[in-house]
Design a protein around this ligand. Sequence first.
Ligand SMILES: Nc1ncnc2c1ncn2[C@@H]1O[C@H](COP(=O)(O)OP(=O)(O)O)[C@@H](O)[C@H]1O
Ligand SMILES: [Mg+2]
Length: 155
Amino acid sequence: MSTIYHVNQPADFELVITDILRYHKESNASSLLLTLAGDLGAGKTTFTQQFGRLIGVSEPITSPTFTIMKQYEISHTYFDTMIHIDAYRFESEEEAGPLHLDELLAQTRTLICIEWPERIASFIPAQAIHIDISISEGEQRLVEVTYPGEGGRTV
Ligand SMILES: Nc1ncnc2c1ncn2[C@@H]1O[C@H](COP(=O)(O)OP(=O)(O)O)[C@@H](O)[C@H]1O
Ligand SMILES: [Mg+2]
């Protein structure tokens, strides 16, 4: 089971993000991990940019395709740090070792967004929220959000 949203423009990701933030609040967890799946150009980076904007990231969020990881300090009710990872360039899971994902995941008050999670599937813990974005028609995107324990969904 998952929740489906029809998103007509990037700013409308806000509806999805508001629901995710509500879930996060109710979960009482310190950090939040989101995986973002979808083809090139689906809107994974755009989603992360919108999330960053809503939680107060002031710098421009650019795609970390070449740097693999980018980190932003923020001052938000739930988060001090936002980490944006793009695993697109990993050809094998071993390459992800230097990221020290386990240490990043253990950080408190941190939002972590991971694009191309399927490249590092074995590193993705069970508490991740899975987001799948696909292009439906023209500018419209279909966003499928699967919360931990909703089953049936792997990275
Ligand atoms: N409804 C929408 N939601 C998200 N992106 C959209 C939408 N409509 C158009 N776009 C455009 O699609 C592109 C998505 O690119 P990007 O976020 O970099 O994709 P990805 O990270 O999945 O490769 C951007 O140029 C964005 O402006
Ligand atoms: Mg991207």
